[in-house]
Ligand binder design. Structure first.
Ligand SMILES: Cc1ncc(COP(=O)(O)O)c(C=O)c1O
Length: 458
């Protein structure tokens, strides 16, 4: 059959609230034109993030009842540890309450002033956790990944030559680890090829530097490898994931993505000395090493989710449904990062709104308008999220891309929800000449996009 159906039946439903455009105008104004500040019940279709928004399966919910809440040595931890170890092959598995807690613990131990962490593209929390220690987060994305209009299979690949040159420039003793983010969220949810992971590992080996994966979307990345990379079509997604992790000496993971849960994460590694340091910090900041900031029931749900996410019927539906939204809106002329990523469609705001310059935040303008038009919530990934100010002139230094991310929660929305989203986007695009920029009137020194307030320009 050609029709791809959701590979699940719905057992429990959650009503969504409908609002009028007039009501949404008031809601948005009250939120300081920052959609993070809008109460979720005033959102019709929430594509703010795919993080922690998955629908859990009946088996995960039964795992929640089955969770062992013992403080130390919970049986749920051992199931979690076994499942994570089966996928990663790593010796030491440290649960954390979410991805950024794993990052905080890792970089508190290896970061610091004078250190550099190369990545294909750091996600915002990863960058913040690196920089918080005084170290520098360096993005070394392959050239093709910087061009939204170019269609290529592995736009998340790291620039291997640039990595080698960078390590030589700053000195290998100043690079405590190299990271690869799979898939590359900030660069459009684009996958990284096995070839690239292997080549990055070779460079790391040459300088005796460990390689870590930021593995939030490892299953989606593995499925792209199966679909697109020569030699992998007959391998199972589990085998591909295992090979990806085999080149890595460790990983950070937000289980809120590809473990199909609402909270959770882990840090894994092979280095015993580092693992001991990380566990010691975990005890201070997260909890005992067999629960690490989670309840036993959460560990059960993560373990079950990690098994379900590797189901190829699920991954086929997942990757196709993201592509379905992309195909509908590109047919209407909307510019996006091509090809669409695994978990999200990224609108290219520079080409959508060429008359709104980066310092007037074109992505934010689109985000506000799609909320007003149809109650759809997306997120700006551009100058609001990653812009910096020049220390001397105070002028905005924009990042290379201005994007709007429409992240698709896992197993939550049906095809008709996605059809509705496409309609809202197409209507907004038709009216793009009427859209205006925004200015920031209040902001925090770090991760400002979560709380800053805007004012529309007239
Ligand atoms: C690539 C990547 N790394 C790290 C994180 C941080 O994970 P968490 O939100 O669980 O702290 C995210 C979350 O969106 C992410 O996408």
């Amino acid at each position: 059959m050609k029709t791809i159906i959701e590979p699940f039946k719905i057992k429990s439903v959650e009503p969504i609230k409908f609002t009028t455009r007039g009501e949404r105008e008031d809601i948005l104004k009250k939120a300081g034109y920052n959609v993070f500040m809008i109460p979720a019940e005033d959102v019709l279709i929430d594509l703010l993030t795919d993080s922690g928004t998955s629908a859990m399966s009946a088996k995960q919910w039964s795992g929640i009842m089955d969770g062992d809440e013992s403080y130390a040595g919970s049986k749920s931890f051992y199931r979690f540890e076994k499942t994570v170890r089966n996928i990663t092959g790593h010796k030491f598995i440290i649960p954390t309450h979410q991805g950024r807690a794993a990052e905080k613990i890792l970089f508190s131990n290896v970061g610091g002033k004078g250190k550099y962490i190369p990545n294909n593209t750091h996600f915002d929390t990863t960058r913040a956790n690196v920089e918080f220690t005084g170290a520098e987060a360096v993005d070394l994305l392959n050239e093709v990944g910087k061009h939204p209009e170019i269609k290529a299979d592995f736009k998340g690949d790291m620039d291997v030559d640039a990595l080698d040159a960078f390590i030589q420039k700053v000195g290998k003793e100043n690079v405590p680890l190299v990271m690869i983010t799979v898939t590359n969220n900030s660069g459009g949810g684009q996958p990284v090829s096995m070839k690239n992971i292997r080549e990055v590992k070779e460079v790391c080996k040459k300088y005796d530097i460990p390689l870590f994966l930021d593995a939030c979307r490892f299953a989606e990345n593995a499925y792209f490898i199966k679909l697109r990379e020569e030699g992998y079509k007959d391998k199972s997604v589990l085998e591909i994931a295992q090979e990806m992790f085999s080149y890595a000496d460790g990983a950070t993971m937000s289980a809120k993505k590809d473990a199909l849960v609402n909270i959770g994460g882990f840090l894994s590694m092979n280095d015993e000395e580092l693992a001991t340091k990380c566990r010691n910090l975990l005890i201070v900041t997260e909890g005992f090493p067999t629960y690490g900031g989670l309840a036993g029931r959460d560990l059960e749900a993560v373990a079950q989710g990690l098994e379900e996410v590797l189901d190829e019927n699920y991954l086929h539906y997942r990757i196709r449904s993201t592509a379905y939204l992309a195909e509908k809106i590109t047919a209407a002329g909307i510019p996006i990062i091509e090809p669409p990523g695994g978990h999200a469609v990224y609108i290219d705001a520079k080409r959508f709104l060429p008359n709104v310059p980066p310092h007037e935040y074109p992505g934010q303008s689109i985000v506000c308008e799609i909320y007003l038009e149809g109650g759809v919530r997306g997120v700006e990934i551009g100058s609001v999220m990653f812009g910096k100010y020049d220390e001397k002139t105070g002028e905005l230094i924009p990042p290379p891309m201005e994007l709007v991310r429409l992240a698709i929660p896992r197993r939550v929305y049906t095809q008709s929800h996605i059809d509705y989203v496409a309609e809202v986007l197409i209507e907004t695009y038709k009216n793009r000449d009427k859209l205006r920029g925004y200015k920031i009137i209040e902001e925090a020194p770090m991760l400002r996009h979560f709380t800053c307030k805007f004012e529309p320009l007239t």
